[in-house]
Design a protein around this ligand. Structure first.
Ligand SMILES: NC(=O)c1ccc[n+]([C@@H]2O[C@H](COP(=O)([O-])OP(=O)(O)OC[C@H]3O[C@@H](n4cnc5c(N)ncnc54)[C@H](O)[C@@H]3O)[C@@H](O)[C@H]2O)c1
Ligand SMILES: O=P(O)(O)OC[C@H]1O[C@H](O[C@H]2[C@H](O)[C@@H](O)[C@@H](O)O[C@@H]2CO)[C@H](O)[C@@H](O)[C@@H]1O
Ligand SMILES: [Mn+2]
Length: 442
């Protein structure tokens, strides 16, 4: 069986150890010959890399391991780049969340003004990775889950439309895992779904079992009462109180359209007033993650290095991340697995902008994704999506043209922002905070 060379870009990410352990568990499905890490923060990456080197040695010593900040060493002889960078790290995520809240507006990593600010930072970081990949391993595929995926996907469509980059999000995977528990099924793969939308902005329209039986009536009844909250869930990645609130709130999202099941991120667009009221301006999700996941992962890695073994470590395999192996396998072995990906619409949603980057089911083979037709969508979703996709397109235009005007239009158009006045005030604060990262706007 052919073995692959994999590069994790954003080696210092909190997700890296869980993904590495997941990759090692899946060697029978997706064998690896070389595993490399690349990051532009050597100190941060070093802590994760030293621990992962020990994990690899213990679990699969035949895999060659390298962690580097040198693009040439990192990107040479690579089959897959798995990219999860966070330009500006948690320090900037905290500002993305806190600056809008100071103006009474939703403060969120990927939605509203915070997501726009993060998008303006991510574009250059991801484009740089694409450049390195094409220079040093032109046949490689990039599987990108760096956020905000909607803006990154639009930027790559505009600026490198022929590059072998696939943008993917795991929120639908996480929600589907909850639905599996509701139904008492074994696996996500026991369900076939129809879903459409933009990234962090979509709806399930149909869910069936492998025999074709309609599972929507049972799911709708459950979500109408409980949202996606599941008592005693096996999900160990969404235990923070803020995730519990998000899953419960899905009940109120469902109420807006009882024909579909909603992505949890729609809460920021349907109920921005509720979100702001329930946000702590001084302790946002970034603070929760720094005190939680980041501290736990880095402490566990330091412990492994100090013990020189992973025995007794609290690090856990990232089970949700197996969708990454599914995607890599689909490309490597032409499996034609059906997966949700962020791709150019091209008429798949018939009554929607054909140039929009939409999240829809695709069959993935060796030549990439083949999107499935979702047909016409209703006026409610179409209206929301047209507004949101315009925000995303204007952000990318603002970045390309260095246009203050277009970024102001994008901020104003976001459903989370009440007026052009508020949009301008908070945008000026975001410009100041992001001087180091954004192009200079004029
Ligand atoms: N698509 C999805 O559904 C999904 C799911 C989970 C996480 N994510 C994304 O994964 C990313 C990582 O999240 P995290 O919380 O682990 O963040 P993190 O800050 O722990 O890790 C990100 C790493 O990227 C590095 N980095 C930043 N800019 C870089 C650049 N230009 N070149 C190389 N490396 C760079 C940082 O130094 C850091 O080590 C984020 O973008 C997050 O939003 C996406
Ligand atoms: O606030 P964070 O950093 O904990 O999470 C933000 C991310 O949330 C989603 O990703 C989930 C994912 O759905 C789940 O399967 C598991 O891997 O945890 C992730 C983080 O909780 C979302 O899809 C991402 O885009 C966000 O970055
Ligand atoms: Mn996501």
């Amino acid at each position: 069986m052919r073995k692959f060379s994999v590069l994790i870009a954003g080696g210092g990410s909190t997700y890296t150890p869980g993904i590495v352990m997941m990759l090692l568990e899946n060697q029978d499905k997706f064998p690896i010959r070389t595993l490399k890490f690349y990051d532009n923060d050597p100190e941060r990456q070093d802590i994760i890399a030293k621990a992962c080197e020990i994990i690899v040695k213990e679990k699969a010593p035949e895999i060659e391991f390298l962690a580097t900040t040198d693009p040439e060493a990192a990107f040479t002889d690579v089959d897959f780049v798995m990219a999860h960078i966070r330009v500006g790290k948690y320090k900037m995520r905290e500002l993305d969340e806190k600056i809008p809240l100071q103006h009474g507006v939703v403060g969120q990593e990927t939605c509203g003004p915070g997501g726009i600010a993060y998008g303006m930072r991510s574009i250059s970081g991801v484009l740089e990775l694409v450049d390195y990949m094409e220079r040093y391993s032109p046949n490689a595929w990039m599987l990108n889950y760096s956020n905000p995926a909607a803006i990154v996907a639009e930027a790559t469509r505009r600026l490198c439309p022929n590059s072998k980059i696939l943008n993917i999000c795991d929120m639908p995977v996480a929600i589907e895992s909850r639905l599996v528990e509701v139904l008492g099924l074994q696996s996500r793969k026991d369900m076939n779904v129809r879903y459409y939308g933009l990234n962090h902005f979509g709806w399930w329209t149909d869910i069936r079992d492998n025999e074709g039986n309609d599972l929507m009536p049972q799911l709708k009844k459950y979500v109408a009462e409980n949202g996606y909250a599941v008592e005693g869930s096996v999900d160990n990645q969404h235990v923070d109180p803020s995730w519990d609130v998000t899953y419960r709130k899905a009940k109120d999202l469902y109420a807006l359209d009882p024909e579909t099941l909603p992505n949890t991120y729609l809460k920021y667009y349907y109920y921005p007033d509720y979100v702001v009221e329930h946000s702590d301006k001084n302790f946002t999700r970034a603070n929760e993650v720094m005190a939680g996941r980041e501290t736990q992962v880095f402490t566990a890695c330091r412990q492994i290095v100090s013990n020189q073994t992973m025995e007794g470590s609290e690090l856990e395999v990232d089970e949700h991340a197996t969708y990454i192996v599914d995607l890599a396998r689909a490309l490597a072995y032409n499996t034609y697995e059906r997966m949700l990906l962020i791709v150019k619409n091209n008429g798949a949603i018939r009554n929607f902008d054909h140039t929009a980057m939409v999240e829809i089911p695709c069959l993935v083979g060796a030549n990439g994704p083949e999107p499935l037709v979702m047909g016409d969508i209703p006026q409610f979703q179409k209206g929301l999506m047209e507004q949101q996709v315009s925000v995303e397109k204007l952000v990318v235009e603002a970045w390309i043209e260095h246009s203050y005007q277009k970024l102001w239009q994008a901020m104003t158009l976001s459903r989370t922002v009440p007026s052009a006045k508020v949009a301008k005030e908070l945008m000026d604060d975001l410009i100041e905070a992001n001087k180091e990262y954004w192009p200079e706007l004029h």
